[in-house]
Design a protein around this ligand. Sequence first.
Ligand code: CA
Length: 415
Amino acid sequence: MAVSFRYAVHTDLGTVRTNNEDSAFASPRLLVLADGMGGHAAGEVASAVALRVFAEVDQTSGAELAAEFLRAGRLARRALFAMSEADPLLESMGTTLVTVGSDGDRVSVGHIGDSRVYALRDGALYQVTTDHTHVQRLIDSGELTPERARTHPYRSMLLKSLDDQPAGPDLDIIDAQIEPGDRVLLCSDGLSDYLDPEVIGATLMTPDREQAAAELIRAALAVGTRDNVTVVVADVVDEDTSQASPPEAADGTGQTDASAPASVLAAAPVVVGAAEDGVSLSADAAAALRGCLPEVPFDSTAPMAGARVSTPGAGGPAAAESQPSQSQPSQSEASQQTEEAWPSSTTPADYTSSADPASPAGTVGATGHAAPTGPTGATDPDTVPVPDAPSRSLPGVLAAAAVVVLAVLLLLVLG
Ligand code: CA
């Protein structure tokens, strides 16, 4: 088999935010979505850096995907740690991350936080990932119903994230048994906090995946999502037979579609959100990032650009290493997750084609992630591969200016 993805990627700021802390990447064999959190621009930085590190997995070949996901997670932690050590404004930054990859034969899922992977098969929607949240724990223990969880004041409180604690938890690895013919959805909580699974499932059934992605965003906006909202809609196909593919896009209207079978493997990766926009870094943070990724040419006077991941020659498999095989910690969690993988459990629901995607049943009034709660870790950073590129840097300048103003005020008060 030659299992690959045909994808559509859409993101929106939502109805309130003025910046996008979500990032997403899609290529024929790798899908990644990250939803950053942290003060100032820290959420964007965490999201973009983590996405860039994971995008490197797309360049590897022959390695086991699950191991690559674990390795990338640790590399991302080290990069975030080094940067937050160097720049207090980045302290406690973190991001959720979900990734779905194909090694040609099988599909693997990596997950940390509360961004989600859903799978649509034969008209039924399955939630592949289980949120690493306080409310999910309450649901698991029977103290809260899923319905009430969606309006719970602490619904965004994460128990795990990919953050600046270098010894923090690994991603969960899920053997989801996703197959050609399935359609997968990766989304940030700007979607899943606001739309019922019924609406998500019905909308995801829209044959044209570009249209499905656009409709999902539209549905979230229609119920007033206050958060950034990002979706990756991908059809899983077997290039060898290609008869198993789900409905084709009528025309690739968006930036992302890779419809024609012959062009799939050559399809350019797509990046959206913070990783595409680029994020600004202080000189110290930029130097720290460069220190983590010495092999990547990097101009510290320009902000770290998000990840123009399609840029040829950036990083590469050789770039990343360090702690290659000590993957002990997550072992039990990984296997536990494996057993819970769809379709054996979780939320299957039937969506006939007559379901009405337009009926907004979402909850309004939610906010984004709670502020990061964890303490800063205290181990040491390491080597990583990461970004390249140009960009903009206004937030960093503003942040620096704010610090100066505060210092002056403090002096005035004290004096
Ligand atoms: Ca969010």
